[in-house]
Design a protein around this ligand. Structure first.
Ligand code: SAM
Length: 285
């Protein structure tokens, strides 16, 4: 089924590269400006031509599509940049805002270096949608993309972010959610965590609590769909030495005292020798 376009004044965009956000589930979230740009560009660079083809069909837009994913060759990017000198060209991803855990960084960087106008056409982004409903501090946040899949790498990444005084925002997949929550519970049993799932879709939910409680919930109710995982900032009362202890304990799970001290020293700037001494104490506990 196609949808009638809202009557917006047709406004032919100037030549340049338009970075266009598309919906993350609810097709009503496309902006009028995005529709106007997508209708009037000479080519749309996209991750997957089938996914973008479906979106365009829904809105009755016919356009030339050019695949541009993480494996695109420099020649493909150069052709798109060359075209953007003469005509308006768009970049979209499968869903949400391009470049946010999606392809496009190299294209944008090279386009800017080539003196092309790079224009934002903002809209849906799962990380921002989640932050706006999670009830966690939103004045400062750190978006860190997908958590690593392997336990050791995940713990190291989390430990490296322990001292960040901001809400942490990650993308996660349903099958890995419970394991990630358990790793967070080991490191920060007291921090408030939120899971935002299926944003803008029929089964949207946002659940918050301790990581241990959320892990228990999702063990009983295996989650489906797409997920943003958020971790509240450290409480003021969490003294840095306690943070360092938690980080050392997490690092000691996979490494000896020397390596654990090195990891935590790098993440916090705390003296490595002091951390090594503390790691030996913790190991002996
Ligand atoms: N560029 C996209 C954006 O702006 O949000 C993100 C693309 S990234 C490849 C896909 C991940 O985003 C999913 O695995 C999930 O973690 C998150 N995501 C995308 N849509 C979502 C939704 N409707 N609800 C919750 N998370 C979503």
């Amino acid at each position: 089924m196609t949808m009638e376009l809202p009557s917006i004044p047709a406004n032919i965009p100037e030549p340049g590269l338009y970075i266009v956000a598309t919906p993350i589930g609810n097709l009503g979230d496309i902006t009028l400006r995005a529709l106007n740009v997508l209708q009037n560009v000479s080519v749309i660079a996209c991750e997957d031509t089938r996914v973008t083809g479906k979106l365009l069909k829904h809105f009755g837009i016919k356009a030339r599509l050019q695949r541009l994913d993480d494996h695109a060759t420099p020649q493909v990017r150069a052709r798109i940049i060359d075209e953007a000198r003469r005509t308006p060209v768009a970049l979209v991803s499968d869903a949400g805002t391009p470049l946010i855990s999606d392809p496009g960084y190299r294209l944008v960087r090279e386009a800017r270096e080539a003196g092309i106008d790079v224009v934002s056409v903002p809209g849906a982004c799962a990380a921002i949608g989640a932050l706006s409903i999670a009830g966690l501090p939103s004045d400062r946040f750190l978006f860190a993309g997908f958590l690593p899949v392997k336990d050791k790498a995940r713990s190291e990444m989390l430990a490296g972010l322990a001292g960040v005084p901001a809400t942490l925002v990650f993308y996660e997949t349903a099958p890995r959610l419970e394991r990630a929550l358990r790793a967070i519970a080991d490191l920060w049993p007291d921090r408030e965590v939120a899971v935002a799932r299926e944003l803008t879709k029929l089964h949207e939910e946002c659940r918050s609590g301790s990581a241990a409680n959320l892990a228990a919930h999702y063990a009983d109710h295996p989650p489906k769909g797409e997920i943003v995982l958020l971790i509240g900032p450290p409480a003021d009362a969490e003294a840095p030495v306690l943070d360092a202890d938690a980080m050392l304990r997490a690092a000691l799970g996979d490494a000896g005292p020397g390596k654990a001290a090195g990891i935590v020293a790098k993440a916090t700037g705390i003296d490595r020798a002091a951390l090594y001494a503390r790691a030996l104490e913790l190991k002996g506990e």
